[in-house]
Write a protein that binds this ligand. Structure first.
Ligand code: ACO
Length: 324
């Protein structure tokens, strides 16, 4: 027998305001064609003034809890993956904990930028399998619009705001790849590339939040190689074949990166969950947003094998394989 983290449900939330490529073309020197062709993005959601990362996270968490038939009080571990916390401290996770009515257990933030959800999921899975937690909420939530320089066309066209959440619960399996639940996670980082994708502020350096800077081509080059390695690690460690994968739910940074991973797995295009056209890159929120969409519209069915992969600043990257 093996202890497993079962994926009970998923939820998501997107702020109401939509900013299209055409809207952006009025602010910076860009075009809908450039953004669509290079990235696959058509629009993004933007949090309203005063709408915080914690607000987005609470909406997504409540929807996930509702779909699982649970309440906040039923959760004993809450992990919030975010790069855009409400404050430098306390962890935004603790605010979310209070607002969903979670009385015991613990809540903490995880920071791995766009890989944050995979890092959070791996953390929760390890706590559950170690017997130190029973039911976990893993949330990815971002107000990335707050750390963008809206005059920099290299970055401001790429990102959006949103949140997604999943509920995990301890269960039993046989210890094989036929089990339901999280089958494996693989995390990586390499600080050699710290300055390829970063924010030029922080409490210890400038006492400001700063703005995003990215060497796009360099990040792209590493993303394709690193994500392929993370996917290979998942497949090898679970002892499955690439064509056993039913769904790819990738981080949504660039349509060309998403397509290259789908092609690598020889997955039919309709088996790759794509939201980048509507959500843009929502960093730690992108995978749970995509997952929630495909679970809640019935595309992803119980028993199917779902592969997730992400890469972000640091660099950080990783994968998670789950049988839903
Ligand atoms: N509109 C019009 N032109 C633009 C824009 C824009 N919004 N942005 C840049 N350009 C111009 C550049 O100035 C450049 O012009 P030049 O040739 O005259 O100098 C030209 O377009 C090409 O720019 P590149 O940066 O070379 O374009 P590229 O094809 O590499 O696409 C992109 C850029 C979309 C950023 C791509 O490199 C990419 O997606 N990189 C990976 C992003 C990623 O995976 N991020 C990971 C996670 S993000 C996180 O962790 C926060």
């Amino acid at each position: 027998m093996a202890r497993r983290s079962l994926l009970l449900s998923a939820g998501s939330y997107l702020p109401k305001e939509i900013l299209t490529n055409a809207d952006l073309a009025k602010r910076v020197d860009t075009t809908d064609d450039w953004i669509s062709q290079r990235t696959g993005i058509k629009q993004r959601h933007i949090a309203a003034p005063g709408e915080l990362t914690s607000d987005l996270a609470v909406h997504a968490a409540e929807q996930a809890l509702h779909h699982a038939g649970l309440r906040g009080a039923d959760i004993d571990m809450l992990i919030l993956a975010t790069t855009t916390p409400d404050h430098t401290f306390p962890a935004t996770a603790t605010k979310v904990q209070q607002r969903i009515g979670m009385k015991g257990g613990f809540a903490m933030d995880v920071q791995a930028v766009c890989s944050g959800f995979v890092f959070g999921l791996a953390t929760a899975d390890n706590f559950i399998r170690a017997g130190q937690a029973h039911r976990a909420l893993v949330i990815g939530a971002e107000t990335f619009s707050r750390i963008l320089d809206w005059k920099d066309r290299n970055t401001c066209v790429l990102f959006g705001d949103g949140a997604g959440a999943v509920v995990l619960e301890a269960g039993e399996g046989d210890g094989t790849s036929k089990d339901r639940g999280v089958l494996c996670t693989h995390l990586f980082s390499d600080g050699t590339y710290y300055d390829k994708l970063y924010v030029d502020g922080g409490p210890s350096t400038t006492q400001t939040a700063g703005f995003v800077h990215m060497e796009g081509k360099e990040v792209f080059r590493h993303a394709v190689v690193n994500l392929a390695a993370a996917v290979d690690a998942a497949i090898a460690s679970a002892g499955i074949k690439a064509d056993d994968v039913d769904w790819l739910v990738p981080h949504q940074a660039n349509r060309r990166i998403i397509d290259s991973m789908g092609n690598k797995l020889k997955l039919a295009p309709e088996k790759v969950v794509v939201t980048i056209d509507r959500h843009a890159n929502t960093s730690a929120a992108s995978i749970p947003l995509a997952l929630a969409e495909a679970v809640n519209d019935g595309r992803i069915q119980r028993g199917q094998l779902v592969l997730m992969e992400a890469m972000g600043g640091g660099f950080t990257w990783g994968s998670a394989l789950i049988r839903y």
